[in-house]
Design a protein around this ligand. Structure first.
Ligand code: CP
Length: 310
């Protein structure tokens, strides 16, 4: 059973905890697919969604997850809240605590912000992406999508290509996948590889061919122009030609390799349209996995707080 107040990252999650979340998420995914949208484990609970950065998938899927579980949801967009008047994160947290929130789901541009919030509130904090640090539920949904296709994560070769330096998705996947017995290979321009990532277990490749050869999973990552200095690579066209994935280089991967991308995708940059819409693309399946994983995380944290057992 998950024994933690918050879900902030996968760096300190055990393989058992990851498995527990994926197992429950798998059950929820089947139930949602069968049209079941009322699974009221969180009836009477409140989940506040506090986003200081843009989002489509993560925000809506957390909201959907909480609603399917019967919780009341409150959405706070930082630009429309007292944050815009100068209120600190800790004071915002105290206000939400005083309103007896059970969960605070937060995205923030600063790495570590959810850790600070979690220390100061009674509510369970779920990190929905903090700067360049972690995005744990994204990696969990990626792992669920892979596990459903291959049956197990053990022994998989996962090739991650793209803006690894600015990617919280890459880091959470690196932590989570290794714990589950998979190997993570990475390829990007040197300017987009964070120093020391190999010390965390990433296998850095010198070419697309080396990264993709024999891969079971090909994961593209968005070029995060909003986080990077100018000059990380000459142009988007040259990036696509040398570091992107098209149908030709996809042939290096195993014949049954699947294609993932956390989204939003820059079509024609990280992946060509032919790869995004390929029969082995599981990008849309990742979105449904996202709802199920977030339901599982909310339920298991609720259980850890002494709430209803699942
Ligand atoms: N994958 C992901 O975090 O997407 P959003 O930014 O749309 O939430």
């Amino acid at each position: 059973m998950l024994k933690r107040k918050d879900l902030l990252g996968l760096i300190d999650a055990s393989a058992e905890e990851i498995k527990e979340i994926l197992d429950l998420a798998g059950e929820f995914k089947t139930r949602i697919k069968n049209g079941e949208k009322k699974i009221p484990h969180l009836s009477g609970k409140t989940a506040t969604i506090l986003f200081y950065e843009n989002s489509t998938r993560t925000r809506t899927s957390f909201e959907e997850a909480a609603k399917y579980l019967g919780a009341t949801t409150i959405n706070i967009v930082a630009g429309n809240s007292s944050v815009a008047k100068g209120e600190t994160l800790v004071d915002t947290g105290k206000t939400l605590d005083a309103q007896v929130n059970d969960f605070i789901i937060m995205r923030h541009p600063m790495g570590g912000a959810p850790y600070l919030l979690a220390k100061t509130v009674k509510a369970s904090v779920l990190n929905a992406g903090d700067g360049m640090n972690e995005h744990p539920t994204q990696a969990l949904l990626d792992m669920l999508t892979m596990r459903e296709y291959f049956g197990s994560l053990k022994g998989l070769k996962v090739a991650i290509l793209g803006d690894i330096k600015h990617s919280r998705v890459a880091k959470s996947n690196l932590f989570g996948l290794q714990k589950m017995g998979a190997e993570v290979y990475m390829y990007a321009p040197e300017t987009l590889i964070p120093k020391g990532i190999d010390k965390l277990g990433a296998k850095l490749c010198k070419s697309r061919q080396e990264a993709l050869e024999g891969a079971d999973v090909v994961m593209g990552l968005r070029i995060q122009l909003e986080r990077q200095q100018a000059g990380a690579f000459p142009s988007l066209g040259e990036y696509a030609a040398n570091y992107g994935v098209d149908e030709k280089v996809l042939d290096y991967a195993k014949p049954n390799a699947i294609i993932l991308h956390p989204g939003p995708v820059n079509r024609g940059v990280e992946l060509t349209s032919g790869v995004i819409d390929h029969e082995r693309s599981r990008i849309e399946d990742q979105v449904l996995s996202g709802v199920a994983v977030r339901m599982a995380a909310l339920c298991l944290l609720n259980e850890a707080r002494g709430g209803k057992t699942v």
